[in-house]
Ligand binder design. Sequence first.
Ligand code: PLP
Length: 400
Amino acid sequence: MSDSTQSAVMNTYARSPIAMERGEGVYLWDTTGRRYLDFYAGIAVNSLGHAHPHLVKVLQDQAAKLWHTSNLYTIPEGERLAKRLTESSFADRVFFTNSGVEALEGLIKLARRYHSVSGHPERYRVITVDGAFHGRSLATIAAANNKKYLDGFGPKVDGFDNVPFGNMNMLRDSITPETGAILLEPVQGEGGIRPATLDYLKQLRQTADEYGLLLILDEVQSGNGRTGKMWAHEWADIKPDAIATAKGIGGGFPMGAILSTEAAAQGLTPGTHGTTFGGNPLAMAVGNAVMDVIQAPGFLEGVEKTGQYFWSRLEDLVARHPTVFAAARGAGLMQGLVCQPDVSNLKVIDALRDAGLLTVGAGENVIRLLPPLIVTEAQIDEAIALIDTVAGAWSNDDAA
Ligand code: PLP
């Protein structure tokens, strides 16, 4: 029996008591009627903002037709979406999931299985980098090797070798006859909006080729147009063997995907991997609706341009408030403000929320800024003005 004064929801999040009631575009309204400018988009999920009319219509139409059939039958909207995703990427094949972590689990399984069917089952190990975040399953917390998320969950799943982010020598030194793949986010999100340099990504591709490893990327947060290209790795002009994606791909409807070359997916044959809900008709319809918008001519170029504007405005902010902010970094509309060591990012985030701007924290004392991709320069100006006011009034004593 629950205590009526306490939430019955498990205590895994330090939730704000604020509850959102509705959203429109880049704005959210809470249950008291207060309006917020949403620059976190449900952690990079609401890629087209809230209540996008095209997404709402497609979801409503699909809801009236068919929700679920399981993957035992062909799902035409899924076939169509998979084709569009392969046409928008390096990939030949797609596996749909319901979330990012499922896409990551599948991605790791794909890499192991690839080597197994190629006659090298011993090549099951995956090299990962520090500061990574790949989700909360037992395998993905082992992959990311973040003590905070491993603590108390028993023996770490074997098969991951974690090396410092950006250090090519240490990565190469860690390759053994058991290594099968290299896994990383092209732009680390949770780790603190840390973009991999384009040179690092290119060298990872070369090293993977040299040792016969698969280069598998986590584009759960950085994909689907967030950085101004459909996939963040495109900035480095490289082709991975497979990627995992989620978040923005469904514009707020829970879904994810693994995209793979034909060769890398060769081990995933009937019966080797599966999902009950992944690729369901509702998700597939919405996924196609998201693609209609982000693949429309000029949309991604617009994101790139808005992203550049945003970054230049953030650079100005850092210059104006050097005691609060140390740097701005990111790509496209995946930006971070690094707070000075004596300034708590979480306290600034609370102050920003009180001022009407929603953002989200990340590692390395960073404030993550992930507005919907439809954000305008005027709305960016509105956000910058709010940050400017909060930073101008900032005093560590007040916030203590
Ligand atoms: N990978 C990255 C880069 C992420 O940012 C996240 C979620 O924040 C995940 C994986 C896990 O996704 P999900 O929470 O949908 O399982």
